[in-house]
Every structure is written in C-alpha cells, then in structure tokens.
Design a protein around this ligand. Structure first.
Ligand code: KG4
Ligand code: ZN
Length: 342
C-alpha cells in the first residue's frame, strides 16, 4: 500500500509518501518559523493561512520527488488532531478532498501516535513492547507501548510540557523564538552545576512531571543576580541555560528509569521535539547502557513535526482496514489513550 500523508497541526506544513514494502519514499517540510518569529510564538491565524498557500505546491513537489504517478497512491492519511483547529482543518480538508476526488480511502491520524511510532521509520525499528518518552512543545508523557494503538499512559505533565518549559525559559532570558533549540545551544558552553534548580517531583513517587516551577526558578535567579549587581555576562547566561537544561534532563531521565522498572520493558523510545536535545540524548544513552536498556531515537528530522510519521501510522491502519467516512475530521483535543488497536 502506498500512502500520501499530510501534517498541518501547528507551524509546519509537511507531506510524505510511504510505501508498505519500500518504506518512506519522500518527505518534505515547510517550516513557518520565520513567519512567527516576529511575534515570539505561533500565531494560529497566520499558521492556517500559510498552510493554505504552501500545502498544494508541497504535495506536488513531494510526489514529484518520489516519481509516483498520482494513480499509484492507495490511500491518504492526515493529522486530524490534536493541534490548532484552523491549521488542522486546512490539512484535513485538502487530504479528504484529494482522497474523494481520486476514490481513495482517507484516514485521520493522531499526531502523538505519529510521534510515538516515528522510530518505526528507521531501518532497524524497535520491537514492541517499549516505553516511550514523548517530549514535545505541547505534550510530555510516558507511555507503555504494546503495539499499534495499544498505549497506556503511565505518566504525564501536570502543567507545562518539557518543550514549553524550554520555550518559556528561553523567552524569559530574551532568546529569540523558537526558544528551545536556542537555549539548548547556549547551554553547550555553560556549567550544568553552577545553579541548583529544582528537580520537579523527583522526591515524590510516581511518573508524572511538572515543569512550570522551573521557569519561575530561573526568572528568580536572574533577578537575584541582577539585584546583587553580578554581571549577567555570556558565561553566566550560559551557566543558567545549562543548569536549567540539566534539571530538565535529570528529571526526564529519572522518570524514564522509573517507568522502565514499573513496566519491566527493556527498550526506551524517545520522541518529540525535545528528543532532539543533545544533552538528553546523551544522558539517556549512557543510563541505558548502564542498566541494560536499549535506547532508541528517531533521526533528528523525525523528532520534530513531519508527515513521514503520519504516513507510517496511516499506512498501518489503512492496511488493517480502517477508513474514515466521507467527513473531514479535525479535533483540537484528542486524548491518546482513547485510541484503539485496529
Ligand atoms: O514535536 P515538536 O516539533 O512540536 C510539537 O508537537 O510540539 O516539538 C517542538 C518543541 C518546542 O517546544 C521546541 O522548543 C522543542 O521541541 N525543541 C527543543 C530542541 N529542539 C526542539 N527543546 C530542547 N532542545 C532542543 N534541541
Ligand atoms: Zn509534534
């Protein structure tokens, strides 16, 4: 089965073609980062309008890249949620209409299911069951993954997502949007042990996270440094960034280890935009080695939003016989544990 997939849940317009036998044939992403940079965050109305203007040319160029004639497609998958409703509607309407016009089955896919299964796009995919740490701008959760559609959430954030904590802290430090990668870059030259930021909820049992207090701790520290007349030079700022990152990484790593113990799984999969963080990747790999746990990441371009992961999930579910009615599905909120195995 060969599937065309469309992802427009936030600020990336993405298209991919996945073939059940040959794997991923092509994927292209148009990022709206430059469009939203002046506003310091994603402006939903601008995001929708940009999807409208970029999506059709992107479909054409992705199909051209694969050399796939349109009549060799067997199905269409699109991100139906969760995400920005206007942005989702653009992808859903185009995908559904495209499928209708060509008499193809169409399926709305859960964005987070895409992230969870993104490592399946690699040549040597992880084997079920595994524990997945999903850390993105909108979500932070730990899930026990038994198979397609068989997800049990064992931990999640009570407030901010890990990516949101990176973005908000970066903004508080005056770094340009998108803050997460900028803060991580700044942390590279800093000392992770100079400031002792809290490790939220590590002292309590359980697998939940809380990151909102961490940003406040950073802001308080910056204010104190200013009041003490300490120079807020580049090194100090890098030390703050590195100490913040260390607190997030240590918290995530400790909860991953707890989740592995709790579930008995021997494989950890890390997905979502924060999964691109080098310090987090290195820490989890070294802890994994010490505890006999295999740690798997999607390649960097599949950590952040893309349509390849939607194409993979869409293809698996369409092959299992799932197919939407003739309606356009777009849902801003959609709990992942409501998904079913096909
Ligand atoms: O998965 P994603 O592309 O979009 C969502 O579905 O949210 O994740 C984006 C998030 C943003 O919060 C961004 O700041 C964060 O991932 N991020 C990073 C890094 N790269 C992206 N956070 C920390 N370190 C990075 N290297
Ligand atoms: Zn995402």
């Amino acid at each position: 089965m060969r599937v065309l997939a469309i992802e427009t849940s936030c600020d990336e317009t993405a298209v991919a073609v996945y073939d059940s036998q040959r794997g991923l044939l092509a994927h292209q992403v148009h990022s709206q980062v430059a469009l939203h940079a002046a506003f310091g965050g994603v402006v939903p109305e601008l995001a929708s309008r940009d999807h409208v203007s970029k999506l059709l040319p992107l479909i054409e160029s992705t199909l051209n890249e694969t050399g796939t004639p349109q009549d060799e497609l067997d199905g269409v998958a699109y991100t139906a949620g969760p995400g920005l409703i206007g942005a989702l509607l653009v992808g859903a309407a185009v995908a559904r209409s495209y499928a209708f016009a060509r008499g193809l089955p169409a399926l709305g896919v859960h964005h987070l299911e895409g992230h969870l299964l993104a490592p399946m796009l690699e040549d040597d995919p992880p084997k079920y069951p595994f524990v997945a740490l999903l850390v993105s701008g909108g979500h932070t959760l730990l899930a026990q993954v038994e198979g397609l559609g068989r997800y049990q959430i064992v931990g999640s954030t009570l407030d901010d997502a890990a990516g949101e904590a990176f973005d908000k802290t970066a903004k508080a430090m005056g770094l340009p949007y998108p803050g997460g990668p900028a803060l991580a870059a700044m942390a590279e030259t800093g000392r992770p042990d100079r400031f002792d930021f809290p490790r939220p909820m590590l002292d309590r049992p359980g697998l939940d996270f809380s990151f909102s207090g961490l940003k406040t701790a950073v802001v308080t520290t910056l204010r104190q440094l200013q009041q003490e007349g300490a120079p807020l030079d580049e090194q100090t700022r890098a030390d703050v960034a590195s100490s913040f990152q260390e607190a997030v990484v240590e918290t995530l790593a400790a909860k991953c280890m707890r989740a592995l113990k709790h579930t008995g799984a021997k494989t950890l999969v890390v997905a979502g935009g924060v999964g691109a963080n080098r310090a987090l990747r290195a820490r989890l790999l070294s802890i994994g080695q010490r505890h006999g746990v295999t740690v798997r990441y999607p390649r960097l371009e599949f950590c952040t939003d893309n349509a390849a992961m939607i194409a993979y999930v869409g293809c698996q579910r369409l092959m299992a016989g799932e197919c939407d009615e003739l309606n356009i599905r777009a849902v801003a909120r959609w709990p992942i544990d409501s998904l079913l195995a096909p």
